[in-house]
Design a protein around this ligand. Structure first.
Ligand code: G6P
Length: 472
């Protein structure tokens, strides 16, 4: 029986060490939920880094045994590898360039060497597990070289690759010193997927111009092989949010929030700490509202959750300091005895708490400078108790292509963010309902299971067509 192997940098679990014992905590992230419909079944597996540096061989074996029961298979990374492959090449080269923040990029040769080595390490892990007829689904920018590495070993294997972050325009992509190698790596797949058609277009254009490949519609020809490139906008598990809303813990948090913010409009901002998310710009817009509209003093709060992320990287540390400083200043400037305008939390919350906050928030401001998709916007919609509330969404997020009933803004335009929040504060309930009902329909229809299904179906069809061509 052939199986499907999912591969991503991170496994969908966290390792927790308690009293010298190792436990696993399942991730609640969108990808983990969506792909559980695949990797938890039969012989299917998920290969990836368990998120902790474990050097001791006995402990590594304990982790392997524990993960095996969950259909997971670990790739252990050393501290050097984390520093140079994960923090270095993935997050100081690819992440900033792919998000159009090129001045943040550090093009270090050392990072590139480790990136190649760790992609090789993933290749070895796959080769230990793969059998004839298996299908591989490789995820995201940390593993761009992997499709070709596997293709070179097993020429007829079926490989899907999906990139969760934007693919930049050719003019930006070509800044990377190792651009050809990266493209060739991705083109080892049979199907390359992105969230939007713009990403597809950029990838095809970069491949055609840098590698001189022939392209027709969504297909590229390379070395006698045909590679399909397409858009698959990822959704969320809307049903899970629907049932979570009704859960006891969520209801409890929700009641508390209703009590704590009585008579106030709650404006929600929730992201991983990242310079691509536009957190400071959002704070500035909020500050301007308090400055220019004293009628909102004690009547609105910005409920801002910043989830710690990549905090060993200098730019993330700097951003954290700036967010701390600006939110502190706003509170010091505008607070009253009984009211703090910015409710700032630098931590992650249990999902039940997040859903309660989504339900309570009158407005959700999602204004990244650039984002592959952005699932927060979809989670907010799926968490509404009634079809009300307003979503302010950046046109630079992939989600804006689907969620057109949101208030769409250019995140670089401070006046527009400011104006959109003011507009949202005054929008009638009937208009809110009209917008939210349409958004709910989209989020429910195009959920994460739909995403998995259309990607896998297309990959199967490609393999089938290849086989038919060979037998002709
Ligand atoms: C983005 C990327 C993922 C990554 C996640 C968290 O969503 O597309 O590949 O796993 O951020 O980042 P981290 O560096 O903590 O894995």
């Amino acid at each position: 029986m052939s199986k499907t192997i999912i591969v991503s940098n991170r496994l969908p679990i966290k390792i927790i060490e308690d009293d010298g014992k190792i436990h696993l905590k399942q991730s609640e992230g969108g990808l983990a939920t969506g792909l559980s419909s695949i990797y938890k079944h039969g012989d299917n597996i998920w290969i990836g880094w368990p998120g902790e540096t474990i050097c001791d061989q006995n402990r590594q074996q304990d982790v392997v045994n524990l993960l095996d029961k969950e259909n997971l298979y670990p790739v252990f990374l050393s501290e050097d590898e984390i520093e140079n492959y994960y923090e270095g090449f993935s997050n100081e080269v690819l992440w900033p360039v792919f998000h159009y923040m090129t001045t943040y990029a550090q093009f270090e040769n050392r990072y590139w060497k480790y990136y190649q080595e760790v992609n090789e390490k993933f290749k070895q892990a796959i080769l230990e597990k793969i059998e004839p007829g298996d299908t591989l689904w490789i995820h995201d920018y940390q593993l761009l070289l992997l499709p070709k590495m596997i293709r070179d070993e097993i020429p007829d294997v079926s490989i899907g690759f999906f990139q969760h972050i934007p693919f930049p325009s050719y003019e930006i992509f070509r800044l990377i010193p190792w651009r050809e190698e990266l493209l060739c790596g991705m083109l080892g797949a049979d199907l390359v997927g992105f969230h939007t058609y713009d990403d597809v277009r950029h990838f095809i254009s970069a491949s055609a111009r840098l590698l001189h490949l022939a392209a027709s519609s969504n297909r590229l020809q390379k070395g006698g092989r045909e590679i399909s490139v397409d858009a698959f906008p990822m959704g969320i598990d809307a049903q899970k949010f629907e049932s979570m809303k009704k859960g006891r813990a969520t209801k409890g948090f929700y009641k508390e929030l209703i009590k704590n913010y009585k008579g106030q409009k709650v404006i929600l901002s929730i992201d991983r700490l990242d310079y691509s998310k536009g957190i400071l710009q959002r704070l500035h817009a909020f500050e301007r509202i308090l400055e220019n509209h004293p009628e909102y003093i004690e009547k609105i709060v910005l409920y801002m959750v910043v989830v710690p992320s990549r905090d060993t990287i200098a730019q993330y540390k700097e951003l954290k300091d700036e967010v701390d400083k600006l939110s502190g200043n706003i509170n010091a400037r505008f607070r009253t005895e009984s009211w703090h305008p910015v409710q700032y939390f630098y931590r992650s919350f249990p999902m039940e708490h997040v859903v309660a906050v989504y339900s309570r928030a009158d407005i959700c401001v999602v204004t990244p400078m650039r984002d592959g998709m952005n699932l927060v916007s979809k989670e907010y919609i799926a968490s509404r108790r009634k079809p009300d509330g307003l979503l302010i969404l950046s046109e630079m997020a992939g989600a804006s292509k689907e969620l057109s009933e949101a208030i769409i803004v250019n995140p670089n335009n401070q006046d527009e963010i400011y104006g959109a929040i003011l507009q949202a504060l005054e929008t009638s309930l009937s208009e809110q309902r009209e917008r939210m009902n349409a958004l709910i329909k989209t989020v429910e229809k195009f959920d994460v299971y739909h995403w998995v299904k259309i990607f896998m179906t297309q990959l199967k069809q490609i393999k089938q067509a290849q086989k038919e061509n060979e037998t002709r």
